[in-house]
Design a protein around this ligand. Structure first.
Ligand SMILES: [Zn+2]
Length: 250
């Protein structure tokens, strides 16, 4: 038999003279320290001696594997509101999307598509519009809004100039008809010209719980919804910068 004995210490003063002290309003186990008088949440054993940063990074990593806030709160014994604060902080420190992009090349091909997600209830649809560079697989721009030309235009305006001159493909949805006819072409799904963009939505749905169609971990807040999508896209781009690195001038 292998047995591991673990001694909890007070996070405030390091004393081992601590006793259980019920649960807080979020249902997390608490302790009371006899040495310094602190009342704190009891961190899960593996993270007891680790710095808070380690717990935070682990929780944020797990969140991007389709875990829900409530699920994470249960597993890591961290209050849901606190995890939400960590996410807000994380997204605030992300670079602007343009800075995550590799420089454009004249023969680059862009793929445009849109997918529906919802906030609060199924009827409250929020379309996610995206443009992908086929060569680097980076998401050049995204817009979240309704299914009309307005959101499509907003998306197009966010594409960096150098990429906007490239050839692009989308399906026949009427909102795309307003894009420049010289470089943009509407094609059927069967041509495979937007296949990479469509495939990326599967990746997104696989990783981000709140965009899965049949789920309970949907977004309750618009701002949070947009934030999580931005977070996923920025980090996805940084994983796909390629040999030339991100362009900071674009
Ligand atoms: Zn203490």
């Amino acid at each position: 038999m292998i047995q591991i004995t673990f001694t909890y210490r007070c996070v405030q003063c390091g004393s081992t003279d601590i006793v259980r002290n019920g649960h807080n309003r979020c249902g997390q186990a608490q302790y009371h320290c006899h040495a310094c008088g602190a009342y704190r949440v009891l961190p899960p054993a593996p993270f007891q001696s680790a710095p808070l940063r380690t717990l935070k990074e682990t929780v944020l990593r797990a969140y991007k594997e389709r875990a829900s806030l409530r699920g994470l709160a249960r597993v890591f014994n961290v209050c849901r509101q606190r995890i939400a604060r960590w996410i807000v902080e994380k997204v605030r420190h992300l670079p602007p999307l343009r800075q995550t992009l590799a420089p454009a090349q004249p023969d680059d091909v862009l793929e445009l598509d849109e997918m529906w997600t919802f906030v609060g209830r199924k009827a409250n649809k929020r379309w996610l519009w995206t443009v992908m560079c086929r060569r680097t697989r980076q998401i050049l721009a995204f817009a979240i809004g309704d299914h009309t030309q307005k959101t499509c235009q907003r998306l197009w305006a966010r594409v960096p100039d150098a990429y906007r001159r490239c050839h692009s493909y989308s399906d026949f949805w009427k909102a795309y008809q307003a894009l420049p006819h010289t470089t943009h072409q509407c094609v059927g799904k069967e041509t495979g010209q937007t296949a990479h963009m469509e495939r990326w939505y599967n990746t997104l749905r696989q990783r981000v719980g709140r965009v899965v169609r049949k789920t309970l971990s949907f977004s309750k807040s618009e701002a949070f919804h947009n934030m999580v999508v931005k977070w996923f896209i920025a980090e996805y781009n940084l994983d796909h910068v390629g040999p030339t690195g991100p362009s900071l001038t674009n």
